[in-house]
Design a protein around this ligand. Structure first.
Ligand code: ZN
Length: 327
């Protein structure tokens, strides 16, 4: 505080009495601050260490599925409303995330699933992957492996750009042969899933010469093991990632909802190819993850989708892991 300022304050004190004391002496004039609403969000990536590897989760953007009553089957409406209400979730719209994992092992950059691409079946909020990957400081040219849990639109939709070029020009592609064969075949994909057929045809066959078909139990890349978990699709696969004594299970679409497919995990999901088999896979794999306390990354859970599951009641409870911004 300058001398002039001090003397001004003294004069104000004499002239204005105790009201000025509160403001001028302390230097805290009432601000009545205002500022424009900013309206932009933080960069859409989250980074953490996994053993010797560096993991980054980027997003393809929120995917609003719509009315949960139309998408999750087998729960009475009142039971579904209770589960949602008890968990402070809206009754009218189930909003899924699209958490895309990028694993830098030091030798390789591995991308798990590719989002929706330019397809806007669920509105304008998807299709962010090529932006968020750059926000995260990752060059798409550095991705050497694109690993897909299955061939649905929100997982294979971002392999190819609309101009026919590859979004990840230096990558090999990994998927189960069962999913590749099913979703690119018009004889197998029913008319209700026409857009799924078209999206798979756009994104997978152009990479056939770079496609590696992964098998159940196979460690197809160092530290990355495929585990078949069929039902959601015929070849749906989850991935156990190990590095430096740490593990993370990338569960793809083993469960789409942290509550509705967990409290009563035999609840069925409308987009499952075989919903009963999907539920059996879900229970089996979640039991394994709960028993071994293995952390998971769920593609569709709330950002960034990492946490643990534990057995609770008839099913499971998901415990999101706190984000560690200190890295
Ligand atoms: Zn999905």
């Amino acid at each position: 505080m300058t001398k002039e300022h001090l003397s001004l304050s003294r004069r104000q004190l004499i002239q204005s009495g105790s009201a000025a004391l509160a403001t001028s002496v302390a230097g805290l004039a009432p601000a009545f601050a205002k500022a424009p609403i900013i309206g932009t969000q933080a960069p859409y990536f989250y980074r953490f260490k996994l053993g010797n590897a560096e993991a980054t989760i980027v997003s393809d953007g929120p995917l609003p599925l719509g009315d949960p009553h139309k998408n999750f089957n087998g729960l009475a409406p009142a039971e579904m409303d209770k589960q949602l209400t008890d968990n402070f979730l809206p009754l009218e719209n189930a909003v899924l995330e699209q958490n895309v994992l990028i694993l830098n092992t030091g030798d390789r950059m591995v991308l798990f699933d590719t989002g929706m691409g330019s397809l806007k079946l669920f509105g304008p909020t998807t299709g962010k992957l090529m932006t968020t990957i750059k926000q995260a400081g990752i060059d798409p040219k550095d991705i050497d492996a694109v690993v897909m849990s299955h061939a649905h639109i929100d997982h294979c939709g971002g392999c190819m750009a609309d101009d026919g070029t590859r979004n990840f020009p230096n990558a090999q592609y990994y998927i189960s042969q069962a999913d590749y064969d099913f979703w690119t075949d018009p004889a197998k994909v029913g008319p209700d899933f026409k857009v799924f057929l078209e999206t798979a045809q756009k994104n997978l066959p152009p990479n056939k010469d770079r496609m590696v078909f992964i098998k159940d139990g196979q460690e197809f890349l160092p530290g990355i093991q495929a585990i078949s978990a069929p039902g959601h699709t015929v070849g749906h696969t989850i991935f156990m990632i190990s590095s430096g004594g740490k593990q993370l299970c990338y569960i793809g679409d083993l469960t789409h909802h942290p509550v509705l497919l967990m409290e009563k995990p035999l609840t069925e999901f409308a987009y499952d190819t075989d919903a009963k088999q999907s539920a059996q896979s879900r229970v089996k794999m979640l039991n394994m993850l709960a028993a071994n306390r293995i952390p998971l990354l769920a593609y569709h859970f709330a950002w960034p989708g990492i946490g643990h599951v534990a057995k609770q009641g008839e099913g499971f409870r998901y415990y999101p892991e706190p984000m560690n911004m200190a890295l």
